[in-house]
Every structure is written in structure tokens, then in C-alpha cells.
Write a new protein. Structure first.
Length: 174
């Protein structure tokens, strides 16, 4: 038998022998909004960040956000599209979660938070800016299932990747 035919047969046998996994339509969306269109450089910016189950199946999400790089990040872009860098770095490593730190969202359900930070944490001068949030769960699937004994409901884990919010435009004045 030729090596390519043999390899094809082995792959076919593996595909048949792997148990079928339950496919789910579990999706997570993230929305960003602000109660104002304009803020002072000397004040604070108020953002509402909402995670929503946009799929058809129930979805477990952790109540904690985990602010910082590769977790929940607020990115700001100036009028030319260049990302704004400041001296501020969000770096929160939440404590290990407990089973009660999770919420089961049905389709259309959401959980959110209000973020109020000094404007200078985001920008250093007046102007027009676009804000967007990148969200990545800080918990891995294996940790949640093995260490925490999570139920078999679909869970939004680190392995599902990063999702982006909508962009909002805010003006910053003196």
C-alpha cells in the first residue's frame, strides 16, 4: 500500500474512533458605551462594559473581569488611528475564583461593569479618541473543569480567544 493511502486510512480510522463532541452555539459578545460624549482631561472617564451571551445555548462566564494585558484591556486610538500609550498600566490578577463567582447566562442575558478611571489613564492631551475593549477570559478550560469541578455547561474560557467590543468615540477637552 502506498504511504499516502495508508496515511489516509489511518486518519479516517482516527476520525471514526474519536467520540463526537456536542456542538454548541455558545457565543459571547462585548459591548462598550459611555454616558457622555465628552470628558475633561482633569476628570474621569465613565465606561460601561457588557458581556452578553449572543448564542442560542446557555453559557457560563466568570463575574470577575481580570483587568490587564491578555485579560480585559481598554485600547484608545487618536484621530489618526494610532494607538495612544500612557504611563498607566492596568494589572489586576483576581484571586482564584470560587464556583459562586460564575454566572450562567441564557441567550440574550448579560453581565456588566462600570469602569471609572482618571482620563489621564487613557489619554494625555485633548482631542477626539476611539475606545475599544479587548476581552480574554483569564481562566483556562482545564482549570475550570478539573480544579473547580465546573458543570458541563459551555464555559467561556481562555481557549476561546479574544473578543473585541464596538468602538465608541469620545472627545476630551482641557
Amino acid at each position: 500500500m502506498k504511504p499516502t493511502v495508508l496515511a489516509l486510512l489511518v486518519l479516517l480510522m482516527l476520525a471514526v474512533s474519536v467520540p463526537a463532541q456536542r456542538t454548541t452555539d455558545s457565543q459571547l459578545g462585548i459591548r462598550l458605551r459611555s454616558d457622555q460624549d465628552s470628558y475633561s482631561l482633569r476628570g474621569a472617564i465613565h465606561l460601561e462594559i457588557i458581556r452578553e451571551n449572543t448564542g442560542a445555548d446557555r453559557l457560563l462566564v466568570c463575574r470577575q473581569w481580570g483587568w490587564g494585558i491578555a485579560r480585559t484591556e481598554v485600547h484608545v486610538f487618536d484621530a489618526t488611528g494610532k494607538e495612544v500609550q500612557t504611563d498607566f498600566m492596568a494589572d489586576e490578577l483576581p484571586p482564584p475564583p470560587q464556583p459562586y463567582d460564575f454566572v450562567l447566562l441564557s441567550s440574550g442575558d448579560f453581565i456588566g461593569t462600570r469602569l471609572e478611571e482618571p482620563t489621564k489613564h487613557f489619554v494625555t492631551k485633548p482631542g477626539d479618541y476611539e475606545f475599544v475593549v479587548k476581552y480574554t477570559s483569564y481562566l483556562s478550560e482545564s482549570y475550570a473543569r478539573q480544579a473547580m469541578k465546573m458543570p458541563n455547561d459551555p464555559f467561556w474560557s481562555r481557549e476561546r480567544g479574544t473578543i473585541l467590543s464596538n468602538r465608541i468615540k469620545l472627545h476630551v477637552n482641557e
